[in-house]
Design a protein around this ligand. Sequence first.
Ligand code: ADP
Length: 475
Amino acid sequence: MLKNSLFWKIFISYAGLLCLCLAIAGYFVNKIIQEYSLSPLTRTMAYDMKTVIGHMLPAFVITLVIGFVLIRINTSSFLHITHIAKNFARGNFAQKAEIVSSDEIGDLATAINAMGAELQSRKQTIVDDKNKLDAIMAHMNDAVITTDLQERIILINNAAKTMFDISTVVLHRDYLWEKIRNEKLHRLVRETIKTQTARVSETEISAPEKKLLHIHLSPIQVDKENQGILLVFHDITELRKLENTRREFVANVSHELRTPLASIKGYVETLLENNSLRQEEIHEFLHIIMKHSQRLDNLIKDILELSRLDSHDLKTEFTMLDIHPCIENIFSQYQEHGIRKNQALELDIPQQLPLIETNEYLLRQLLTNLLDNAIKYTAEGGKIHLKVTAFNTSLCLEISDTGIGIPQEHIPRIFERFYRVDLARSREMGGTGLGLSIVKHIVLLHHGHIQVESAVNIGTKFLITIPQQQSKHPA
Ligand code: ADP
């Protein structure tokens, strides 16, 4: 043991040196007494010296004991400090050296303690930084991968594992191309390694599911000696879909607006240029202009309504409402419309309904669109029925008609913006193709759901269920 070897080295050297001195002194005195003819005085002195050396032995033993104790005290402080320094080397900075004296050993212990505190604080900073980085990486939505210049993965976060369906990775050993099979990605990585310049691109992956990814690649310094590549992947599938939907929507809106506008323009030009028109013709043209203006007005209203619903502003305006008067009021308005088409409108609503957490404006909009369609797509003499029931914690609304019905193949698409089963008929009726999209939006804002049952020439039934109260923490 180093501890003991140090102690014993000092102790044995000290004892050995003393023994050697005494032995040499004794030997010479003895030799002088035996071999030289000494005067009586000198002989007496030599004998005295021999006696003194003989007496020095107990003194030596005592000195040895004292020396042992002193060396033990001094070396134990050193050994204690050595032990602490070894712990520092193992990364354990918690132990402190005892400061037992104010001499050099005390100074050494103070210095060791200061060094320990400094190392401890630096270690803590490194651990904190690493924890922060780990937390950021673990909770990032973007996928992050770092590779070395040989394309071996040296870091990968959870998002990347999920995005590319990677279950296990052996860091510093598995290659990127082993884990992600994408030719374009590997070409980009190789180019970045070669040119050492950052680049941005997009690529499509097909597994585990089809996705469009935005990739940012940049060369980085991984550590003191090694360089690597940082890859950040952002899933832009939904964003691109949204962009396409918006683009389509804008194209559809322009088209829808242009059609009535072109008609209005044509009829106005005819009216302006042709002075020989008869009164009935002028009246007819003005009537057509009026109809197209109304269509334009409907379109603009519906577009604004959709954009308002998209912005989710109305969600904050939900209150507990007695919907009875509101439903009766809307229904009576539509009864008048129905009378004009000789249609029978029936309302089936219980006297007592629980309060519903909703927004009156949205509820009106929903019923208006559905009743409007029911009247529009039901022939003269048909029947329209609105049934309201409260069931468990839900409110159910059933709007049925005996109208033209919707062919089965069209049902999945009728809630899409501008989707119409029969475009000409819808336009003729002043439809915009946005009514059911608005209805669906409103139902979703209530965290409810909507179903359609329909049979051609028999009729259509829309079933809507919304919770009586909105969850405080909707999913
Ligand atoms: P529109 O303004 O054309 O009525 P909607 O979005 O309200 O647009 O409806 C989309 C399409 O669904 C309509 O064009 C129509 O073909 C069909 N539809 C909606 N409601 C009914 C109904 N009650 N009976 C038959 N078809 C309907």
